[in-house]
Design a protein around this ligand. Structure first.
Ligand SMILES: [Zn+2]
Length: 318
């Protein structure tokens, strides 16, 4: 991550505007995310959540270090790590996508013939925070059951799973669903004894959920990973996206926003939104990657790891 100012002479000055620009020249949206974070903190304040102050302080002070090339790099800031925080979720999403790419590369090295599937599992909408909290717990339990079913388990190598909650603005209901990147043995596609059709996945998911209705399930095969393959990348993106979109609780209707934030805070309390399993979990551990949700959010990728020289350099506080 590089920061530089916009003055004509190119020197960093205290009154200059700092820009966070990616390698491809795209500006990173600190300002937008921070403005959303402030609105979220205000809602928490009205709802009398103790953490409102902490959330408001998230990413407020950004500390940069000058690199050898004269660029500024984010070195230190404080993140609140709240589940709904727009700043933290943005950082988590970048971090998770970077980690997933590394993990998948390692899995492909060990299992070059493995195939990849993208599975979406849904459950019936939740009506309030308590219902959502319970629904999410049940969904996780059911998923753990699903992957132990013989037909699923026999070809399963590993997975990366993320849980997303969306708000239906018309009905006010909450929809919880899971995006799962599955890694399976080549055998999966061989015959009827191994291949699981979408209808079969639906039957298995219904059984795992122990419900009378037919849940919506979607399964897609991802083409074998070649260089420049975008299918796996879009699946990573889908699995790494924010667990809750800020646009869902920052609408024009303040009363609704308060209700939604209250429900989501309750519903997502102590819930794990991203997890790895099987060989992907092993590789995540071997690569010594820290926790995607509670780990460091300053360095979200390799490019941002400060060198020793940079650590010794003077800090510039924005
Ligand atoms: Zn935060």
């Amino acid at each position: 991550m590089h920061f530089y100012n916009t003055t004509e002479d190119g020197h960093n000055q205290d009154d200059s505007v700092l820009k966070d620009v990616t390698k491809s020249g795209k500006e990173r949206p600190w300002r937008e995310r921070k403005l959303e974070n402030v609105s979220y903190a205000e809602l928490l304040q009205i709802l009398k959540f103790k953490k409102a102050g902490n959330v408001g302080a998230c990413g407020r002070v950004l500390e940069f270090k000058t690199t050898d090339e004269g660029f500024l790099k984010l070195f230190k800031t404080w993140f609140c790590k709240s589940k709904l925080c727009p700043v933290c979720n943005w950082r988590r999403s970048m971090k998770n996508s970077y980690q997933a790419q590394q993990v998948i590369e390692e899995v492909i090295k060990e299992k070059p013939k493995a195939r990849w599937l993208f599975l979406t599992l849904t459950a019936r909408n939740a009506v309030d925070g308590e219902d959502l909290n319970q629904g999410l717990s049940e969904m996780t339990k059911s998923f753990n059951k699903l992957i132990k079913y013989k037909k699923v388990n026999k070809n399963l190598i590993g997975f990366m799973r993320s849980t997303e909650v969306t708000v239906n603005q018309e009905t006010g209901a909450y929809n919880q669903h899971m995006h799962i990147l599955l890694c399976v043995e080549n055998m999966y596609f061989k015959n009827k004894e191994n291949y699981i059709s979408q209808d079969e996945w639906t039957v298995l998911w219904q059984k795992a959920l122990k419900v009378l209705y037919k849940p919506v399930v979607n399964i897609q095969a991802i083409k074998p990973n070649k260089k420049g393959d975008t299918d796996i990348q879009s699946a990573i993106k889908e699995t790494s996206k924010y667990s809750v979109k800020s646009s869902d609780y920052l609408t024009n209707n303040q009363e609704r926003n308060l209700e939604i934030v209250g429900d989501l805070e309750f519903g997502l309390f102590r819930k794990r939104m991203i997890s790895y399993g099987g060989l992907l979990k092993e590789k995540h551990k071997l690569l010594n990657l820290d926790d995607t949700e509670d780990g460091n959010l300053v360095q979200t990728s390799d490019e941002e790891k400060p060198s020793e020289a940079e650590q010794e350099a003077n800090s510039i506080i924005a």
